[in-house]
Ligand binder design. Structure first.
Ligand code: ARG
Length: 454
């Protein structure tokens, strides 16, 4: 397709090294859609007759059918998806096929196809994120008020609930949704008509083409449009962050499913055994998800490094953008689906949760707040509670079971009502500020998400 000035055939190794069709064939639907819109604009510009357009459209549709049926022979001699399809079109319909590439370059073609792919796959990811939120929400509703310790530094900190804990992930995935929506606005701009770098002397109706392809607008600078891969890096970042959130959730589930925590039991269908130790039931899905986050970051970094030193505009280095992009979308898609399914199938163990949350040390901060309410400055209150904790630890007595006399011996700010602090119901009721795990707050947030996800 570009052999005019060459007298030697391309070396076999160069064909192997340079081909992209082994992966960019995945753009075929977008390539065909882009070509049809481009051809229709050629009719409006008087470059093609209606008959020629009909032949092109019919030819492209028959190629589409063959690709979908697995009957299309991709050839690395034709390098990429664009030249494979165009060459086969001309083989099938003759002369009109050879007119299709007027006022177009593979540079604006690949940018268009990749944006269409990104937009479509991003929309699927949005749906999967919502499914993930829905799976969490089912557990959240079921265990809204089931209390567990909350952790900082992985040490018991303060009481929370399963509902509150899992709602944290719903909020994270909501930010991911928001970020993807925002990213989509910048993806959905048509570069078609930018040609190789500087547009074309044959002016096609760019706006009409963009509208036909569902773009929100057209790019304003042909050089930027050809060189721009920001939307790919942004997408890869958004997917990386989803991966981070899934990975943190995975770590929680790995911990929760241990004998030491025992807060949840993952279903047999979502765990694996050991070939040696018959008792084992391993949380492989969570571990793999944790591992996949590294792969997602790697994909982002690969593209950022490939792009950073490139002079404007197109350079063949940019061909390296596609495999990471495809891989990240495919990785996230499977990760979201399997994790949603696993969360839906997991059981929460109420007894283990209740036993863990009965640790009165979880209310040491509430005890300090109690002293504050009596007028003790917080720093002093912290110290007076610290002394009580030390006594509890050395005397092997639960903090809630130190006697009034023992408390008063530390400070006469402790009063006869000190033991009321250890009432968990009260501890949750007192936390009324927005964002805290108060039952009313949790119920409100559940109602909010139920409405949003219905
Ligand atoms: N396969 C190429 C890519 O993915 C398509 C664009 C090639 N353009 C060119 N001038 N060689 O980037």
């Amino acid at each position: 397709m570009w052999k005019g000035r060459f007298s030697q055939a391309t070396a076999d190794l160069v064909l192997q090294y340079g081909e992209s069709v082994s992966y960019d064939w995945k753009l075929y639907r977008h390539d065909v859609a882009g070509s049809i819109a481009h051809a229709r604009a050629q009719v409006r510009a008087g470059i093609l007759t209606q008959e020629e357009f009909d032949a092109i459209e019919g030819g492209l549709k028959s190629i589409l059918t063959d690709i979908e049926a697995g009957n299309f022979k991709w050839s690395i001699e034709l390098e990429d998806v664009h030249m494979n399809i165009e060459s086969e079109l001309t083989r099938r319909i003759g002369a009109p096929g050879a007119k299709l590439h007027t006022a177009r370059s593979r540079n604006d073609q690949v940018a268009t196809d990749t944006r269409l792919y990104c937009r479509e796959t991003l929309d699927e990811t949005l749906m999967l994120l919502r499914d993930m939120q829905r799976a969490l929400l089912v557990k959240i509703v079921e265990y809204a008020e089931l209390r567990i310790p909350g952790y900082t530094h992985l040490q018991r900190a303060q009481p929370v609930t399963i509902g509150h804990h899992l709602l944290a992930y719903v909020e994270m995935f909501a930010r991911d949704l928001d970020r993807l929506h925002d990213c989509r606005r910048r993806i959905n701009i048509s570069p078609l008509g930018s040609g190789a770098i500087a547009g074309s002397t044959i002016n096609l109706d760019r706006v009409g083409i963009a509208e036909e392809l569902g773009f929100d607008g057209v790019s304003e600078n042909s050089m930027d449009a050809i060189a721009d891969r920001d939307y790919i890096m942004e997408t890869l970042f958004c997917l990386s962050l989803i991966g981070t959130h899934l990975s943190r959730m995975s770590e929680d589930l790995v911990l929760w499913s241990t004998a030491e925590f025992g807060f949840c039991t993952l279903s047999d269908a979502h765990t694996t055994g050991s070939s040696l130790m018959p008792q084992k039931k391993n949380p492989d899905v969570s571990e793999i998800t944790r591992g996949k986050s590294g792969r997602l970051y790697g994909n982002l970094l690969a593209v950022m490094v490939a792009v950073k030193g490139l002079p404007l505009t197109y350079n063949r280095d940019l061909q390296e953008d596609k495999e990471p992009l495809f891989d990240s979308f495919e990785t996230i898609s499977l990760a979201l689906r399997v994790n949603a399914e696993m969360v839906a199938a997991m059981r929460i163990n109420e007894d283990a949760c209740a036993a863990a949350v009965s640790d009165p040390l979880l209310l040491a901060t509430d005890l300090a707040d109690y002293l504050v309410r009596k007028g003790v400055p917080f720093r002093s209150a912290h110290d007076l509670v610290g002394q009580a904790v030390a006594l509890a630890v050395t005397s092997k007595t639960p903090l809630s079971e130190l006697s009034l006399e023992q408390y008063v011996a530390i400070s006469d700010e402790y009063g006869a009502d000190v033991h009321e602090v250890f009432n968990l119901d009260r501890a949750f009721e007192l936390r009324t500020n927005p964002g805290a795990p108060n039952p009313d707050n949790t119920a409100r947030r559940i109602a909010f998400w139920q409405d949003k996800l219905s």
